[in-house]
Design a protein around this ligand. Sequence first.
Ligand code: ADP
Ligand code: MG
Length: 448
Amino acid sequence: MPRRRIDGGATQPSRRNANVVIAFVECHSGYIMIEPPLSIESLQARAASELNQWTGSAARWSAAAPGRVNVIGEHTDYNGGWVLPMAIDRYTVLVAAPGLQADRIRVRSLSLGEQSAVSLSRLSDLSDDKWMRYLQGVLAEYAHRAVVCPPLDIVVASSVPVGGGLSSSAALELAMAHLIEAVTETTWSPSERIRAAVSAERDGAGVPCGIMDQTIVEQGEQGCVLLLDCAQGLISSTIPCDDPQIAWLVIHSGVSHDLADGAYAQRRAECEMICEALQVGSLRDVTPEMITTLTPDLPALSPIQSPIQSPIQSRLKVPFDEVLLRRARHVVTENQRVLAATEALKTANWSTLGELLFESHHSLRDDYQVSCEELDVLVELAQAQDDVFGARMTGGGFGGCIVALVDREALSSVATSISQGYVQRVGLSPQCYRVKPASGADVCAVFA
Ligand code: ADP
Ligand code: MG
């Protein structure tokens, strides 16, 4: 059966102008919809060839970092909670050569089809190109500790969808960290690298992220899902996940998000407000019982029309409303779901894990309000399939991907059915990836 032609290196999602007609025809002619992964080596070869055409230089250094799928535990990391992610076999690869321009780090991204540059002597002047700030941030973190790169020309090739909720940003940062270390012959510990990448995203790109993405992208383990305790910044448990009965299917809605646009920061600010009101250090300290007490009249998981004054407001230190209580309820119940999901994963209880995934999605949709119509349709379509144990949006939200836990035997038929339904209901062509748990970031080559 013929496969759809794909270009895994140029996976930047478009906002509602995908190849709708072509995909519709393909769906109805029964084509397999799952896109195969590209190896690190093929991404590297593509980047090296581009570098050579652009600068005439041969590649000298290369580093790679994976994307990640968060199985469950969304918007809990910056609330000191629990998350259950895995690094995946989709990668961002950087290839570099000594720079042709003094004092410059020049970068070309094949994913975006764009080129940018920063001055090594003025790393704190933020680039006008938002995407360059992620790299600039990492360079600045190393420079603060006297690890200063020489001028470089760099090409980025990636099979991680950009802005798709699979953490292309952390993959870019950690690949850059490993590249800097290869070039400068320096070795930092994983936790130092993670700290540098988190700071780069917060201070360089302006996204007040938690620690999950950088931790899993750096420390992912082949064939395993990791339980992270974000309050401690620790891996609490490493759970092998190689049961041949199941597969992880990621479906990209075709709608991109941009977490730097403020909605993510707004959710963080709302969580801080409720912590202040409840006089707790983080939402990790709020028990399910506290939430039940605080929200006796809060309807269970239904769409919010508008912020409503809460009847319990008078018992609280500062005014806040039902919306904030819903945010807290999501975080508190999501932490419970992560711990329950960990047990389900350890015991290969796929139906229980699947139920938890659906519940997580509903909580993110109704209480945390970070889903969108396209993601909701994908999860609904997944829920209608007998061979899907569970599904949810994954990543920050507002677009990007869902992750579905699927019966391995039925993977192709599930992907095809959901894709057909999505094209009919939304008019966009989704991209499907089967992902497998992979190892974390690394230097992948230093050429002679
Ligand atoms: P996610 O991490 O879920 O993919 P984010 O919004 O956190 O989404 O990060 C996406 C941003 O990271 C992009 O808008 C871009 O600025 C930067 N980025 C990620 N991957 C690349 C890449 N391969 N090339 C250039 N920029 C990238
Ligand atoms: Mg990101």
